[in-house]
Design a protein around this ligand. Structure first.
Ligand code: GDP
Length: 257
């Protein structure tokens, strides 16, 4: 018996599996549904609450050249066609997070991961900051463990959304606040492991669950490079007064197709 959501996912992905894909994840409310709609249709439609994983076929805007087309002549007719890719949306709700995780561990032609955050909720002491850092920590740890095995590069874009709001932190601050909060998550996780006795006398276990550079005091995204995971932070807004601005994210996607 296949649960309905899985059925829908498998059905929607079938036949499209050869397309390069980009996974879209992030906490609930960060704007995933809005971004998905924008990427798919190039306009803003009312958002629904994402409860089920959803894969949609997207095209790069005309004039954007995919990284793999770099060496093609400008007159090559394939440049005229929209470069297609699959954008996979996953639910951000805590309980449903394992779907997102499954997609990471079992990717089909996965070219990159967009981790969308709400830049207006990431100030120090904000509850959302802790939750976002918690989620991102887990995702990066999975990628770290995965890449040790498959030795394959996987880029992550932390897309800092809602830059149209005056309460939004600029991208550089989004980066440093997440790094500082992930440092705390990492410390409390390793303390938790010690307290529960897991990993006692087994240094390897402990090493496996430590994100980034062993023994480092502060977590930095650059520590992920050792595991072939490149992390970039860039700002944008899917909605908002002056019109949407997701150009940097488009560029990031296009360079990875
Ligand atoms: P999801 O839970 O990650 O799928 O988030 P949604 O796409 O449902 O968006 C959550 C809320 O944030 C909705 O009310 C959106 O209208 C709003 N939102 C999304 N992107 C932006 C943005 O760039 N700026 C502003 N101001 N609001 C946004």
């Amino acid at each position: 018996l296949i649960p309905l959501f899985l059925h829908r996912f498998i059905f929607q992905s079938s036949g499209l599996t050869t397309l390069p894909s980009v996974l879209l994840i992030g906490p609930s409310g960060s704007g995933k549904t809005a971004l998905l709609t924008l990427f798919e249709r190039g306009n803003h439609a009312p958002t629904h609450t994402s409860q089920t994983p959803l894969a949609v076929e997207c095209s790069l805007p005309v004039g954007t050249r995919a990284g793999s087309d770099k060496y093609r002549s400008v007159n090559d007719p394939t440049n005229q066609a929209h470069k297609k890719f699959l954008l996979m949306d996953t639910p951000g709700h805590g309980k449903l997070r394992h779907h997102a995780i499954k997609n990471i561990t079992n990717p089909q032609n996965l070219k990159g991961i967009i981790f969308l955050v709400d830049a207006a909720t990431l100030s120090a002491g904000d509850d959302a900051l802790r939750q976002t850092a918690d989620y991102l920590h887990d995702v990066l740890l999975i990628l770290q463990k995965r890449n040790v095995k498959v030795l394959k590069e996987l880029p992550v874009l932390i897309a800092a959304n809602k830059m149209d709001l005056f309460t939004a932190l600029p991208a550089a601050l989004v980066r440093s606040s997440l790094e500082a909060e992930i440092t705390k998550v990492r410390d409390s996780r390793s303390k938790g492991l010690l307290d529960s006795g897991i990993g006692m006398g087994d240094v390897d276990d402990e090493k496996d669950d430590w994100l980034g550079e062993m023994g480092s005091k502060e977590f930095k995204f650059s520590q992920m490079e050792e595991f072939d995971v490149s992390v970039e932070v860039s700002g944008g807004n899917v909605l908002g007064g002056g019109g949407a601005s997701v150009d940097k994210w488009w560029k990031w996607v296009s360079e990875r197709l």
